[in-house]
Design a protein around this ligand. Structure first.
Ligand SMILES: Cc1cc(-c2n[nH]c(CCNC(=O)c3cc(-c4ccc(F)cc4)cc(O)c3O)n2)ccn1
Ligand SMILES: [Mg+2]
Length: 214
């Protein structure tokens, strides 16, 4: 049967990127998505904004919701300090299988814990299952209608601390209007919008950066 797009993306990584070289994995995926087949990675333009926020936070404990093929996982993990950890959740088992191999090709498997399942099920289990106290950095890139319930769940589970940085992808396209309304009006967050474009297109999109002030 015909291969899937994530499988073809993995082939492009294995063909064009060097094992153990995260930057070559990132550019191999960007080339594939620009010149062969569009895919829903955060991409190079928004990826540069992601990089700058991760570098500024320098997180010891990071969470990503929505792994997909591992592109942003690699972008984040390559910038983490030694001993730091990134937990990433992927709902779709086929995507997770590809992401594992992309993360391994980049040589970053030791800093990344990839979990298959739904955010709503796993967030309440973060402390006991992963020994997490609080997260320093959170990247929201999963189902767009889950951003709002999940940020509330993260608060309720005590997984945020004063200064936790939450970066949300796709707040314009596909859009997360209820999340934006909540986070921009909540006294518990200081938010800024980074205007950009939907990955590999000219459509408007952007990232919302919110700092939890408690
Ligand atoms: C409930 C739960 C869910 C998850 C989970 N795992 N993987 C994901 C992927 C979600 N991502 C997207 O749907 C997404 C879509 C577009 C898009 C698509 C089509 C267009 F025309 C325009 C834009 C663009 C993007 O940048 C996106 O990120 N969610 C993990 C855990 N728990
Ligand atoms: Mg996205």
């Amino acid at each position: 049967t015909r291969s899937t797009r994530p499988q073809r993306m993995l082939k492009a990584v294995q063909k064009n990127a060097t094992r153990g070289d995260p930057l070559s994995v990132i550019s191999a995926i960007d080339r594939f998505c620009r010149h062969s087949e569009w895919a829903m990675n955060v991409g190079d333009e928004k990826g540069t904004i992601l990089d700058s926020v991760v570098s500024e936070v320098n997180p010891a404990m990071a969470l990503e919701l929505g792994t997909y093929c591992g592109y942003s996982t690699v972008r984040i993990a390559r910038l983490l300090p030694p001993g730091a950890r990134l937990v990433t959740l992927e709902f779709n088992g086929d995507y997770a299988a590809i992401a594992r191999q992309v993360i391994e090709w980049a040589g970053l498997e030791d800093m990344v814990q990839l979990v298959e399942g739904a955010s709503g099920d796993w967030i309440p289990r973060m402390k006991e299952h992963f020994g997490v106290k609080t997260f320093d950095f959170i990247f929201l890139d999963h189902w767009k209608d889950r951003y709002l319930p999940d940020i509330k769940l993260l608060e309720e589970c005590g997984l945020l601390r004063k200064g936790t940085v939450v970066l949300a992808d796709n707040v314009i396209c596909p859009g997360t209007p209820d999340y934006l309304e909540y986070i921009r009006n909540s006294p518990s967050y200081e938010s800024n919008y980074f205007r950009s474009h939907l990955e590999y297109t000219k459509a408007e999109d952007g990232l919302e950066k919110s700092v939890y002030v408690g």
